[in-house]
Ligand binder design. Structure first.
Ligand SMILES: CC(C)(COP(=O)(O)OP(=O)(O)OC[C@H]1O[C@@H](n2cnc3c(N)ncnc32)[C@H](O)[C@@H]1OP(=O)(O)O)[C@@H](O)C(=O)NCCC(=O)NCCS
Length: 176
């Protein structure tokens, strides 16, 4: 697997365990209360939770330098939702944002979800994360719901926005 962003030297590949140190640094640098409700992680945290977590991670790189990552996982362990993948992490190093790297990562995550037999990709994004929300909309994701005031961050109640990408290009089946 190798996908090139519009800046031609940036490519996307599966992560390896050795990428963990750099990905922890990227997480640390991109943290803000507009981006995640979780507390800021230490720059030297152990990034990967195990082999599955490595397998579910794609990294964007330019030559040997990792610039960002996306994580795609099964939405739940329940067989009934086996057709749903979830984007559970996405970040691009601050020095390299605005280079269409996020877009390239999402594009490769979509391709991977299709390879896994996915019919939907879902995600949650904070209401105030304007950059990520614009990126997801540009990539074809649509808002499916809002958890109003889900998080209390910096003294303000913040919405959590549910978004999804339909991979079927079919009309949705009737809901029961
Ligand atoms: C969100 C994030 C991954 C975007 O990555 P990026 O590589 O800078 O984004 P791209 O260059 O691929 O942008 C693609 C599109 O997204 C939108 N976009 C990206 N950044 C934007 C911004 N700051 N403001 C408005 N729109 C933006 C634009 O539509 C853009 O298309 P354009 O280049 O034609 O204008 C990056 O800002 C980031 O790492 N943020 C911190 C972590 C985070 O918020 N993760 C998501 C958690 S849900």
């Amino acid at each position: 697997m190798s996908r090139t962003s519009e800046e031609t030297r940036v490519q996307v590949r599966p992560a390896t365990e050795a990428d963990g140190t750099r990905l922890a640094e990227i997480d640390h640098l991109t943290w803000s209360p507009d981006v995640t409700p979780a507390p800021r992680w230490a720059a030297d945290k152990v990034f990967f939770r195990g082999a599955d977590h490595v397998r579910d991670t794609l990294v964007a790189h330019e030559d040997d330098l990792v610039l960002g990552y996306v994580q795609l996982e099964r939405s739940t362990l329940c067989p009934a939702s086996g057709h749903v993948q979830i984007v559970n992490g996405l970040a691009v190093h601050p020095d390299h944002q605005g280079r269409r790297i996020g877009r390239a990562l999402l594009g490769e995550a979509e391709a991977e979800a299709r390879r896994r037999g996915g019919r939907r990709i879902t995600l949650r994004v904070l209401g105030g994360n304007t950059a990520a929300r614009a990126l997801y909309l540009a990539a074809g994701y649509r808002i499916e719901g809002v958890l109003a005031g889900e998080f209390l961050l910096g003294g303000r109640y913040v919405d959590d926005v549910l978004m999804a990408l339909d991979l079927t290009n079919e009309a949705s089946p009737p809901r029961t």
